[in-house]
Design a protein around this ligand. Structure first.
Ligand code: FA5
Length: 359
């Protein structure tokens, strides 16, 4: 005999069928339809709970009927009722859990729309000049140079005189800058040779980078504000070969193993002898006269360098019989333009977001 009436079983069957159909529909539903379906399922669950599990529900009725039966019948039918009750409770519990999970997913996908691309590029990133500056500093750090911050507001002594550029020196013209009542804006990072060696005793190897200013007109390769990186070493028995070796290592690490270097005699009041260093064009590999970077020459000039002039060491009270120094300075914009094929220096400063996001 079956104590659970056919009617109860059919009602239960109908409930589970409806819920399963609605759960399936949820998978492909739009977000507003999802909400409607979820509400429907939640209503169905509540109805099923009151219909089957409440005080006046199906299970209670069945248990009441059971009390009228003989002990032997109670045992037999009690088991059937219990199994049915368990099935109803577990099904309702599982569906409720599924619904809770789906609701949580919907809630969070609303509050934090995971479909929006919040990648690093969109959130903001370092400017290309900062990236290049960091790349350069990293290379020199690997070569044993200490990184020291610099100052941009200077006096004429540290920017010129201490570097062997007296007031009437023609080189002042080339490095003309912005003057104000109590100082000037530095024209190069070479001021840091003086600032550092005034306070620290050699031996040392230092790189320092930052902004410089000149009274230059803007064009595709010049700006009134730009960045330089200065490097210098003061040690016993240092010679020009040490300078070449250091710069050669830098070029190989930064521009590639097969990049060649070339030194051409030059003049800076604070180095003696002085040179300009060029590197072989790593874009065209010296193979085409059409190259826009080296203009078909095969070579790109990247920095000025030399042995620190003994007159500069003398200004700093350093015994130049005991210590020699080398120094070099490069424009960071120029390096970035060469490395990343950037055609115009003005692009760095125009705050053109698409350009900034390219790197
Ligand atoms: C100097 O400034 C020296 N202090 C470099 C130096 C240091 C030589 C140590 C020897 C020893 P120069 O004026 O050539 O040198 O400038 C160096 C680099 O700064 C240039 O090659 C260029 O890349 C960059 N530069 C100079 N003026 C400008 C400018 N107006 N706009 C952009 N970059 C510039």
């Amino acid at each position: 005999m079956q104590i659970i009436k056919q009617d109860y079983l059919e009602r239960w069957e109908l409930f589970t069928q409806n819920i399963n159909q609605n759960l399936q529909k949820l998978t492909n539903a739009t977000s507003s339809n999802k909400k409607i379906l979820l509400n429907q399922i939640k209503k169905d669950i509540e109805n099923a709970k009151s219909e089957f599990l409440s005080k006046k529900g199906v299970i209670s009725n069945l248990l009441q009927e059971l009390s009228k039966l003989t002990p032997a019948e109670k045992k037999q039918y009690g088991k059937q009722i219990n199994e049915f009750k368990q099935q109803v409770e577990e099904t309702i519990k599982n569906i409720s859990k599924q619904i809770e999970l789906i609701e949580r997913q919907i809630k969070y996908s609303f509050e934090y729309d995971l479909s929006i691309d919040y990648s690093y590029e969109r959130a903001g990133k370092l400017h290309i000049l900062t990236l290049v500056q960091n790349e350069l500093l990293d290379v020199f750090s690997e070569l044993g140079f200490e990184i020291v911050d610099g100052i941009e507001i200077e006096d004429e002594y540290h920017n010129f005189e201490a570097l062997n550029i007296p007031a009437d020196h023609p080189a002042r013209e080339m490095w003309d800058t912005f003057f104000f009542d109590h100082g000037i804006l530095r024209t190069h990072t070479s001021n840091m040779q003086i600032r550092i060696l005034e306070t620290r005793k050699p031996p040392l190897r230092v790189v320092s980078s930052g902004k410089c200013y000149r009274r230059d007109n803007m064009d595709s390769t010049h700006s009134f504000q730009f960045h330089q990186l200065e490097g210098f070493a003061v040690e016993p028995n240092l010679n020009f070969l040490d300078l070449i070796r250091t710069l050669y290592k830098f070029v190989n690490k930064y521009f590639g193993q097969d990049t060649k270097v070339n030194f051409t005699p030059s003049y800076f009041p604070f180095t003696e002898p002085s040179a300009e260093m060029s590197i072989s064009c790593f874009h065209c590999k010296q193979s085409t006269s059409q190259c826009s970077i080296c203009k078909g020459t095969g070579w790109i000039e990247i920095l000025g360098c030399g042995m620190i002039n003994p007159l500069v060491l003398q200004n700093l009270n350093i015994d130049y019989d005991k210590f020699q120094g080398f120094a070099f300075g490069m424009g960071i914009e120029r390096i970035a333009m060469i490395k990343y094929k950037i055609p115009d220096i003005r692009l760095f400063f125009e705050n053109y977001v698409e350009f900034n996001q390219m790197f």
